[in-house]
Write a protein that binds this ligand. Structure first.
Ligand SMILES: Nc1ncnc2c1ncn2[C@@H]1O[C@H](COP(=O)(O)OP(=O)(O)OP(=O)(O)O)[C@@H](O)[C@H]1O
Ligand SMILES: [Mg+2]
Length: 266
């Protein structure tokens, strides 16, 4: 299958008053169409920088970012983004917030079609009946569901998520993981998920890319073979197969942090 996203030898340094700060160094990531790439790495290693490069919000000093066979040189409409703290407009209802990208990307789409599209997605993530609420009337988990709807309402080729579930409690987070799988089954898209949660990376990812410490390079790539019958069930995370994958990732993170894996702590 063709790669929808290709990050080729991407190297970048930020200009700071104290001189250049190298952040990415020869990064290589390839994501086939329809696949879900999880990206993990030490704090401050350049993960959010990577999301900005894929979205075309920044250009790398060296190397190339390709989306759908085209070199990314400027912001792309075909990218949807979701962040840790969803920014919602309080003066708009949830439905109006979800519709927003369509107003920008598809201004000629009839209003009733936009509304139908947003309603369909909100129902899919369990927010049917909340369309007319204001963002402040929703819980954090509900707001994050609405923000996922907003990120994919215009059917982007790529969904980029930067720690979207990081601020949620553990149970809400697990619910959102399942919602993510349901969305994917209904609306196939290619995804890049930045996360600090190794279980999340294994549960959602087809591949997990471990970035090294700053300047980040691709240190390790794990192909996820999720235990079970092909369905991604949460219980799969408590199997020996998943434990082995998590142990590998844990070890790689420790290497990325410049620490040698130590003895197990009981
Ligand atoms: N606009 C900027 N100008 C200068 N330095 C920046 C800028 N944005 C980020 N940095 C620096 O670049 C490095 C990488 O930042 P980035 O936000 O990409 O890391 P990250 O991997 O997303 O971190 P975290 O895991 O904490 O979210 C950090 O040291 C940060 O301070
Ligand atoms: Mg970040």
């Amino acid at each position: 299958m063709a790669n929808l996203i290709e990050i080729k030898g991407v190297t970048h340094a930020y200009k700071t008053p104290n001189g250049p700060l190298p952040v990415l160094d020869g990064l290589e990531i390839a994501v086939p169409e329809g696949e879900f790439a999880a990206v993990v790495g030490p704090s401050g290693c350049g993960k959010s920088t990577l999301t900005r490069l894929i979205a075309g919000l920044m250009k790398p000093d060296r190397g190339e970012v390709w989306l759908h066979g085209r070199l990314v040189k400027s912001p792309r409409k075909t990218v949807g983004m979701a962040f840790q703290n969803p920014v919602m407009l309080e003066w708009r209802t949830i439905l109006q917030n979800v519709i927003l990208p369509l107003e920008i990307v598809a201004p000629s789409m009839p209003r009733k079609d936009r509304i139908a599209r947003a309603e369909e997605l909100l129902a899919l993530v369990g927010l049917g009946g909340f369309e007319d609420k204001r963002p402040s009337e929703l819980s954090g988990g509900m707001r994050q569901r609405a923000s996922l709807c907003r990120a994919i309402v215009h059917k982007p080729d790529v969904l980029i998520m930067d720690e979207p579930f990081g601020a949620l409690d553990a149970f809400t987070r697990e619910d959102l993981w399942q919602t993510m799988h349901e969305l994917r089954a209904k609306e196939p898209f290619t995804a890049v998920l930045i996360t600090h949660d190794l279980r999340e990376s294994v549960y959602l990812g087809d591949q997990v890319f471990v970035l090294s410490g700053r300047p980040a390079t691709t240190q390790y790539v794990l192909d996820v073979t999720y235990p079970g019958d092909g369905m991604r069930r949460l219980e799969g995370l408590y199997t020996p197969e998943a434990a082995a994958m998590l142990a590998t990732l844990r070890e790689q993170i420790q290497i990325a942090q410049g620490r040698h894996p130590g003895p197990a702590v009981h």
